[in-house]
Ligand binder design. Structure first.
Ligand code: GLC
Ligand code: CA
Length: 551
């Protein structure tokens, strides 16, 4: 949990029974592969029973495994087999909402007098319209009508994902008990989904519309809303802390001065993801407002995030996850994408303070998928963003190009294991397209090919993993972070130190050679064949060269 977390999107990882859907047995089969990256933890995206409207982020039973993923026995076997390799399992805890198929919600709909009605957020409408004009994160009104009573229920995400009513102490107790039940089973902790949204402004005010649909993004009326701390403290005191669970929160909307409360020594979580540098291309939130990433702004965002985290606790650093497009496409120009630039991006974030997260396929240098048609997309959010782009005036072609670039499905296409049909992912057609070749201009290769080549991206990720998990593990996890100023704005450089040890990380974020002065020291890692340099002498860094040296 301190070194490297490998994130698995089970649906796309490895299918073992030929139904085109990845499964838990597939994760068990690939444990040695994951261990080869020196991961000490696996974060499993949701594996609970679910109608899969949002691929498992719509849970219909918190204590059951989705049949397409396997059985409870499979999960127990995975936990046990991972443990023998020193790997802990983090489950994905979705606490802001359930599926509309969850028994609680079904009961709430069936009987207005049921105590389960109080598990959700029902309100009366206004003159035949929803209670207010809040927009859901997946588009349209955040309210859906319960036709039987005429009341509306709130959903931050899809209408099939009704929000839970955290004001209800019975609900909170029920969730805490469920979390303890999982911890008793031996999971190491949780990634906690959309947790910033659990506290709402109970006045539910209508807001000035921010688009032509008359709706408004509720912002702080539901994001890290005042009073959320009481709920989080209960989770922490009654569930996480007694078990020493590692917890990483998907807590968007946090500002730096809230970090001590959230991830400080007595904070609610072990760590929290920061979106400031991974969503840096999204100006207003919508994909069609996307703007090019400026290298200086990116560096400032990463460094500011680190400085804030280091004052407080530990980071959870990442470039990719199941909600992001692939990092080479996000951070590089198409003509810049190559083995060196991809591994440079790896070095850039991997040695920052805290725990490094790697998302499946990232270690192969996977790029965005060459989408051809809207119908190929499964992701609810991609379809919503397409509609938003069209209604903002973009042509269908342009709207398609925008979502093809940013779609969450870019990260969700099946793993490219081998050159066999469907990339060795499945014996039959997968739920999302897979062609067995990672669609980089330079044709990133399958895991099998990369395994045998010591210059591959996979091999380099293993080297990075070995360095991070080795004798400097503590330094990487909790050492100080100091940005280093370079003459060229193309160089990203920082210094990490703990007690007697100090390391320097330098990345040439450009396709041009860059000259700089490096401190004396042994080069521990370099993504191109590296020539030794003289102490304190000027050296020329090759395009996209990245290195770590011990001072
Ligand atoms: C989080 C998840 C995302 C999901 C959403 C709703 O942002 O990472 O995949 O769609 O929550 O649960
Ligand atoms: Ca399967």
């Amino acid at each position: 949990m301190r070194n490297i977390v490998y994130q698995v999107y089970p649906k796309s990882f490895q299918d073992t029974n030929g139904d085109g859907i990845g499964d838990l047995r597939g994760v068990i089969e690939k444990l040695d592969y994951i261990a080869s990256l020196h991961a000490d933890t696996i974060w499993l995206c949701p594996i609970f029973a679910s109608p899969m409207v949002d691929n498992g982020y719509d849970i219909s039973d918190y204590k059951a495994i989705a049949p397409e993923f396997g059985t409870m026995a499979d999960l127990e076997e995975l936990i046990a087999k991972a443990k023998t390799r020193g790997i802990g399992i983090l489950l994905d805890l979705v606490l802001n909402h359930t599926s509309d198929r969850h028994a609680w919600f079904q009961e709430a709909l069936r009987d207005q007098a049921s105590p389960y009605r109080e598990y959700y957020i029902f309100r009366k409408g206004q003159n035949g319209a929803p209670p207010n004009n809040w927009r859901s994160n997946f588009g349209g009104s955040a309210w859906e009508q319960d036709t039987a009573t005429g009341e509306y229920y709130l959903h931050t995400f899809a209408k099939e994902q009704p929000d839970l009513n955290w004001e209800n102490p019975k609900l909170r107790k029920e969730l805490c008990d469920m979390i303890c039940w999982w911890l008793e089973k031996g999971v190491a902790g949780f990634r906690i989904d959309a947790i910033s949204f659990i506290k709402k402004d109970l006045n539910f005010p209508s807001l000035p519309p921010d688009a032509s649909d008359g709706l408004a993004n509720p912002g702080s009326h539901w994001l890290v809303h005042e009073g959320i701390g009481t709920f989080l403290a209960q989770l922490c005191d009654e569930a996480f802390r007694p078990y020493g669970a590692y917890t990483v929160a998907e807590a968007n909307g946090l500002c730096a001065d809230q970090l001590p409360e959230f991830i400080g020594e007595n904070g609610y979580f072990s760590a929290a993801f920061d979106f400031s540098y991974t969503d840096i291309d999204l100006a207003g939130g919508d994909w069609h407002t996307l703007h090019p990433i400026n290298r200086k702004t990116l560096r400032d965002a990463i460094f500011a995030s680190q400085e804030a985290v280091c004052r407080t606790g530990h980071g959870a650093v990442y470039l990719e996850n199941h909600d992001q497009n692939r990092s080479p496409n996000k951070y590089l120009q198409p003509q810049e994408i190559c083995r060196e630039s991809i591994t440079m991006l790896g070095v850039l974030y991997f040695f920052l303070q805290g725990t490094a997260f790697v998302y499946q396929g990232q270690e192969l240098g996977a790029c965005n998928f060459p989408w051809q048609r809207m119908e190929q997309f499964n992701d609810v959010s991609t379809h919503d963003q397409y509609a938003r782009a069209v209604s903002a005036g973009f042509t269908p072609e342009r709207a398609f190009a925008i979502v093809a670039h940013r779609s969450r499905d870019n990260a969700r296409i099946p793993m490219a294991w081998t050159a066999e049909t469907n990339g060795g992912f499945s014996a039959c057609a997968p739920w999302l397209p897979a062609d067995g070749v990672l669609p980089c201009p330079q044709q990133a290769q399958t895991a099998q090919v990369q395994d045998g080549e010591n210059t591959s991206v996979l091999h380099f990720y293993r080297e990075m993993g070995a360095l991070r998990a080795g004798r400097y593990a503590n330094l990487f996890y909790e050492g100080t972070f100091e940005p280093l100023t370079c003459e060229s704005s193309a160089l990203f450089a920082y210094r990490r130190a703990l007690a007697e040890d100090a390391l320097v990380v330098v990345c040439n974020f450009s396709a041009q050679a860059q000259e700089t002065v490096l401190p004396a020291g042994d080069i521990l890692l370099c993504n191109v064949p590296c020539t030794p340099h003289h102490s304190g002498g000027r050296i020329v860094l090759a395009p996209f060269q990245a290195l770590v040296l011990a001072e």
